[in-house]
Design a binder for this molecule. Sequence first.
Ligand SMILES: *[C@@H]1O[C@H](CO)[C@@H](O)[C@H](O)[C@H]1NC(C)=O
Ligand SMILES: *[C@@H]1O[C@H](CO)[C@@H](O)[C@H](O)[C@H]1NC(C)=O
Ligand SMILES: *[C@@H]1O[C@H](CO)[C@@H](O)[C@H](O)[C@H]1NC(C)=O
Ligand SMILES: *[C@@H]1O[C@H](CO)[C@@H](O)[C@H](O)[C@H]1NC(C)=O
Ligand SMILES: *[C@@H]1O[C@H](CO)[C@@H](O)[C@H](O)[C@H]1NC(C)=O
Ligand SMILES: *[C@@H]1O[C@H](CO)[C@@H](O)[C@H](O)[C@H]1NC(C)=O
Ligand SMILES: *[C@@H]1O[C@H](CO)[C@@H](O)[C@H](O)[C@H]1NC(C)=O
Length: 651
Amino acid sequence: MIVPAILLMVCGLSGAIKKGDDLVKNRSFSIDYVNNQFVKDGEPFRYVSGAMHYFRVPVHYWPDRMRKMRAAGLNVLETYVEWASHEPQPGVYAFEGNLDIEYYFELAQHFNLSVILRPGPFIDAERDMGGLPFWLLSVDPSIKLRTSDKSYVTHVEKWFSVLLSKIKPYLYNNGGPIVTVQVENEYGSYSPCDRDYTSWLRDFIRQHLGKDVVLFSTDGDGDGYLQCGKIPGVYATVDFGAGSNAVESFKPQRHFELAGPRVNSEFYPGWLDMWGEPHSTVDKEDVVKTLDDMLAINASVSMYMFHGGTSFGFTSGALPSNTYTPCITSYDYDAPLNEAGDPTEKYFSIRKVISKYLPLPDFPVPVASPKAAYGHVHLHYVANLWDLLSTPIAGRPLQSTYPMTFESLGQANGYVLYCTQLRGHFPDPALLEVKGLADRAYLYIDMEFGGVLSRSGSLFSIPVQATDNQNLCLLVENQGRIAYGTGIKDFKGLTSNVTLNGHILSSWTHHPLPFNETGSLEWLNKIEKKRGTPIKGTMSLFTGSFAIQRNESDLADTFLNLSGWHKGVAFLNGINLGRYWPVQGPQVTLYVPKNFLKAWPSKNRLILLEQDRSPCEKNELGCTVEFVANPVLNGDTPVKKRSTKLFKKHV
Ligand SMILES: *[C@@H]1O[C@H](CO)[C@@H](O)[C@H](O)[C@H]1NC(C)=O
Ligand SMILES: *[C@@H]1O[C@H](CO)[C@@H](O)[C@H](O)[C@H]1NC(C)=O
Ligand SMILES: *[C@@H]1O[C@H](CO)[C@@H](O)[C@H](O)[C@H]1NC(C)=O
Ligand SMILES: *[C@@H]1O[C@H](CO)[C@@H](O)[C@H](O)[C@H]1NC(C)=O
Ligand SMILES: *[C@@H]1O[C@H](CO)[C@@H](O)[C@H](O)[C@H]1NC(C)=O
Ligand SMILES: *[C@@H]1O[C@H](CO)[C@@H](O)[C@H](O)[C@H]1NC(C)=O
Ligand SMILES: *[C@@H]1O[C@H](CO)[C@@H](O)[C@H](O)[C@H]1NC(C)=O
């Protein structure tokens, strides 16, 4: 996504901070340990902040969302910085469009919002590999992430040198909005507990940002977390959710910071969702009460999330609960501003509480933006898995004796088709074992679908009927790398040998199917309808085009209803909207912001990559999707109880 120049002009931002004016003000931001407060320009300062990740909200909507956050009475905005997005390949940096963090800082300043910056390098945030770039595992498979391991530190050094030099001019003391900077992220929950690493990171940040910048750390509200999370010279803060006893929950912070302001750096007004587990909601009354209790004792609070947004594309991660549980595409989070940026009842209740403590700006009260139900789009079946192998969509095939991981193939996300020719005489049936599967595999023998294996379902073996010379293939899907804990070194694909009847299978051909370059998908738009019908269990591609009888200014956000489809990925006008899996739930619709759509008379192009089963196997007329005006995030799920408690994932 690219920011059109016009947007910058509309917002009246010339791209530069008014440094002259600000210097006159003699800006300063610090901690007053005598009066247990922050001090901004010599005045006591307390913040009520909200998290909005720039990488989860279309850049066109940043001004709208920030205005609404300011209108709720917030005086600070919080975001992580995601290394993986900014350095997709070693030494290749991206800071444009949706990754333009400087624009984010400038907009925040424009809306009189200060910024709490959490640059990681590890961030969790339910992102693929907790925001670390996958290629760390390609360059050094034995790398020790989040430790003082030379190999890891060398890459952090390079990245942080680039990042911190961009951040420095935006520090509060330098005329920008950034008041505090977090070191690492909930490090006290990470078992290696390498204090040399956190001290090194602290010093590296100070060396680049200057000695005056207020650094902080965040950990769970227990002495056990702070024990390792506390970094000398870095202000320790805690996190806890709605329904907690505010006075009690701040006590652990006091055990490690004898004086200074109470700070909850992640107050959870909602919670995240995983595929196959019920939608989480957090009671508005609990949020209001805990927030009020915290503000009443002068605490500074940052709400995680205030606006969650969407994990577009393949960016969402997975939780290590039940060994492996992938997160959904939506990051609505039951937050005060919902996924589409509309204020909820919770928003207004929170605004009311904040108004008791901070002045509300003289802004109009936000209302929900219009949504559109553009209706049904008919889709054509154009290709299947086997057709793709000879097109630009598939990467160059690679041979090796034993299976290679995505990381050793240099592939971040998507799928890899692993194939081998069987040699020998096997019992009927024989057991195929795929112990190192990450994360989901479709088995084919001579191109015929033979079943699904699944890491999240702990299904790692399957009986097969196979004979000499037959071709055995496994299409392996990466469902997102684990986002936190000791499992973040989450190699994808076939991570150990595959055996048939106990014998190791060798001589593999790898067909990369990364679906990361929208240019290659253009090829699908050129081809006509495919003959025959899609086959269950065989990846099938569908395309459809539609025009919207509205001009640019009349376009509205919408939701793609995938009810009736099984599991896959949707692409609109070359943008990956994210993974869908309505049969697993709870998410049934995908959010489509209006700027992803084209106005009349242009045609919009939709591509569905369906892995399992389409509604058109028997009935061509059923080959449709529908753009609807309301999201469905609370669909039915196979599991009726969540595998983790709300607000508990520190391990
Ligand atoms: C700026 O702040 C410093 C330190 O707080 C103070 O010594 C100095 O007098 C201030 N300058 C102005 C122009 O206010
Ligand atoms: C920011 O604050 C200044 C000074 O209080 C005010 O004049 C200005 O209108 C505010 N800007 C916005 C966008 O609220
Ligand atoms: C909160 O701040 C006010 C004003 O500085 C002070 O009077 C009060 O004692 C503080 N309350 C707590 C619980 O620290
Ligand atoms: C897409 O993935 C391939 C490897 O699978 C990689 O070489 C290429 O650079 C990636 N392209 C983009 C745009 O990330
Ligand atoms: C696969 O088996 C071969 C032969 O026993 C062995 O050398 C290799 O390390 C194994 N690979 C993995 C990933 O376990
Ligand atoms: C867009 O369409 C609306 C309603 O049809 C109309 O009122 C408006 O003038 C149009 N705007 C432009 C720029 O054509
Ligand atoms: C989504 O589609 C299903 C099946 O056609 C339908 O029953 C459901 O009402 C739709 N949901 C919305 C929000 O329109």
